[in-house]
Design a protein around this ligand. Structure first.
Ligand code: AMP
Length: 278
C-alpha cells in the first residue's frame, strides 16, 4: 500500500485503470474491511482501490467527539496493507481545508430528516468532504455503508444533482455476533453499555417482524420500538423514525420501501442503526 498525505501525491488526471474509492474516518473495523473487499471486487485485478482516512472536522458539530475520535494510525495502515489496498490517502486538516474556506456543498432536503435534526451542519460537512474526494480522485465507483443510510442517500442525491461521474455502491451493515452494528464509536462504550447496545438491532428486527405480521401503523411500530429500547436502563433515545427510504420523509403508514431508523445514546456515545421494511 502506498501512503499519501498531500494532494500533490495523488496521481493527476482521470485514472487510466478502474479506480474505486472507500472514504472513511479510520479506526478501521470489519465493516470498513467489507467495504474494501467489495471495492477490490469492483476494481477487478487490474483496478485500483483507494482508501481515504480523514476525521473530517466539518462534520463534527461543536461539543461532539472530534478530539477524542480514535486515530490508530499504525493499525489502520496494517489493515489496509493486509486488505490489498493500493493507495491510502491520509491528509492533515490543513491539506483539506484552507483557514479562510468559503465554499461548501449542501444538500437541502434529505439532510433535514433523521440525524440532520440532532446534528446541524453534519451532512454539509459530509457532502463537502466527499465532493472534494470525488474531485481529487475522480473514481468510477465509490463504496459506502448502509449503516449510515441517510449519508448514503444524501451522497447519491449529491451525485445525481451535481453530475458527478461516479457510481455509488451501498454495502449491507456488518454486525457483531450479538447484532450490534460495527462502529468506530463502539469502543467508547463502557462494559455495561456495550452489553445493552444489542437492544437496538433486536428492536429493529422485532419491528420488522410486526410489519411482516401485518402491522401497518407507523405510530404503533415506533411505539413498540421505543418501548423495547426503553427496556435498556442505559439507553436514551435521540429518535426513532419511520420514513420513505428514498425521500426520508416521515410516513404515517408502512409502505414498501419504508426505513425504520434510530439514534440512541448510551452515555455520551450516540449509536445509529436502521432496517428496511418491505
Ligand atoms: P466511518 O469511518 O464511520 O465514517 O465510515 C466509513 C464508511 O464505512 C461509511 O460508508 C460507513 O457507512 C461504512 N461503515 C461503517 N460501519 C459499517 C458497518 N458496520 N457495516 C458496513 N459499513 C460500515
Amino acid at each position: 500500500v502506498r501512503i499519501a498525505a498531500t494532494v500533490a501525491e495523488i496521481p493527476s488526471g482521470p485514472p487510466e485503470i478502474p479506480r474505486v474509492l472507500v472514504p472513511t474516518m479510520g479506526a478501521l473495523h470489519k465493516g470498513h474491511l467489507e467495504l474494501i473487499r467489495v471495492a477490490r471486487q469492483q476494481a477487478g485485478p487490474g483496478g485500483e482501490v483507494v482508501v481515504t482516512i480523514f476525521v473530517n472536522p466539518l462534520q463534527f458539530e461543536p461539543g461532539s467527539d472530534l478530539s477524542r475520535y480514535p486515530r490508530p494510525e499504525a493499525l489502520d495502515e496494517e489493515a489496509c496493507r493486509a486488505a490489498g489496498v493500493d493507495l491510502l490517502f491520509r491528509p492533515r486538516e490543513a491539506e483539506m481545508y484552507q483557514s479562510d474556506r468559503s465554499v461548501f456543498v449542501e444538500e437541502t432536503s434529505l439532510s433535514q430528516a433523521l440525524c440532520g435534526r440532532s446534528r446541524p451542519g453534519h451532512f454539509r460537512g459530509v457532502c463537502t468532504v466527499v465532493a472534494k474526494l470525488f474531485i481529487l480522485f475522480a473514481p468510477q465507483i465509490a463504496i459506502l455503508g448502509q449503516k449510515d443510510f441517510q449519508q448514503l442517500a444524501i451522497v447519491r442525491r449529491m451525485v445525481r444533482d451535481l453530475n458527478f461521474a461516479v457510481k455509488i455502491v451501498g454495502v449491507p451493515t456488518v454486525r457483531e455476533e450479538d447484532g450490534l452494528a460495527l462502529s468506530s464509536r463502539n469502543q467508547y462504550l463502557a462494559p455495561e453499555e456495550r452489553s445493552q447496545a444489542p437492544i437496538l438491532r433486536a428492536a429493529l428486527v422485532e419491528a420488522a417482524e410486526q410489519v411482516k405480521a401485518g402491522e401497518k401503523s407507523t405510530a404503533e411500530i415506533v411505539r413498540l420500538t421505543r418501548a423495547r429500547i426503553d427496556g435498556a436502563k442505559l439507553a436514551r433515545i435521540d429518535y426513532v423514525d419511520l420514513v420513505d427510504a428514498e425521500t426520508l420523509e416521515s410516513r404515517s403508514a408502512v409502505e414498501p420501501d419504508s426505513l425504520l431508523a434510530l439514534a440512541v445514546f448510551f452515555g455520551k456515545t450516540r449509536l445509529i442503526d436502521n432496517i428496511l421494511l418491505s
